[in-house]
Design a protein around this ligand. Sequence first.
Ligand code: ATP
Ligand code: SF4
Ligand code: MG
Length: 383
Amino acid sequence: MSQRHHTSGHHTSGHHTSGHRAPDAGRAPLLVVDDLRTEIHTPRGDMKAVDGVSLTLDAGETLGIVGESGSGKSVLGRTIMGLYTTGSTMTVSGRVLVDGADVHALTAAARRELWGTGVGMVFQDPMTALNPVKKIGLHLTESLRGHGGLSRAAARARAEELLRLVGIPEPARRLDQYPHELSGGMRQRVVIAMALANSPKLLIADEPTTALDVTVQKQILDLLGRLQDELGMAIILVSHNLQVVAGRADRVAVMYAGRIVELAAADALFAAPRHPYTEALLASVPRLHHPPHSRLEAIGGAPPDMVAPPPGCRFAPRCRYAREDCRQASPVLGPEPGPGGGPENGPGNGREAARVSGSEPGGEGARVFACHHPVRPVTAGGS
Ligand SMILES: Nc1ncnc2c1ncn2[C@@H]1O[C@H](COP(=O)(O)OP(=O)(O)OP(=O)(O)O)[C@@H](O)[C@H]1O
Ligand code: SF4
Ligand SMILES: [Mg+2]
């Protein structure tokens, strides 16, 4: 089990902090997402649920993806997995490379193979991932057998080992129980064990703790950090809650209306957001980088209709910094323009983010954002 991907070399006694990964210089990223678009065909028209997302992820790295409900986080995760592909209900374009393999160009059989060893996913709702009439052991052995070619006995032994790995006491007994006999936290551990069954190099954890109380949330997130250190896997941690990714992600991508609007090292992003939406998200989180007595602000207004998004910047109707130009030209994702930079915000296009990787020199500190009038970093005075 855990010996398969012992590549990280980080044994930080289970304490997972951001920015601790030493990138493997010169190695291709584990994950490359290039201008990914997922258009869902609806009776009202095509919904641009994911609208030109580019990013990379190194082996062993943690990327947080945050944004309001409906911003496209789950659709992005499922499209990266290759669960969402072009068909009668949607159109996918762009590229996803996992360890060099183009997920959307694979045959269905090769993609299933990839789901075992390349990418695992913890789905947003643990109960839908578990069949109420199937025992826990069967869930796990079914996750295994398609890939490992194991005998029944070996699969059961591995299932028990997996339950132990995710911190479930008396694993042998649990194998013979049904999902409803377990607490919510235990069920989520089972779902994580299923995703880990074949030691994926990348785990996509979509809101892994939403349905759980705060104490259990912390246990599950700590578990993911410990597993990451033990197994050396990369994690995409998806949450609408910034506090979930704070202190756990190396980098954070902020999604708004199907696009990444800011991507930066977690510490830098939390300390000084540049995109007004990131700033607003941070302002709506209690006790995170807030001076005492500051007011908690909800983000006014609603996200745009993704069937007919507004022209220009999609955040403009809700943005306190919006000016006329924002409603005309869509800001592109790119780095801070230099002193000689043009009037537009940065030279980047949608693909710029692909170069903002931990594997590049200085990459940990690199930041991209899409805004014509970004939040000024550290201003004394101000309004
Ligand atoms: N299968 C589908 N058919 C139609 N619309 C869909 C489908 N899946 C997602 N959508 C729509 O795509 C948009 C993005 O949804 P998505 O589930 O990715 O949001 P999210 O960021 O994960 O939100 P949440 O934080 O609530 O989980 C939403 O408007 C959603 O209603
Ligand atoms: S481009 Fe304009 S409207 Fe959009 S986030 Fe920046 S300042 Fe606000
Ligand atoms: Mg979701």
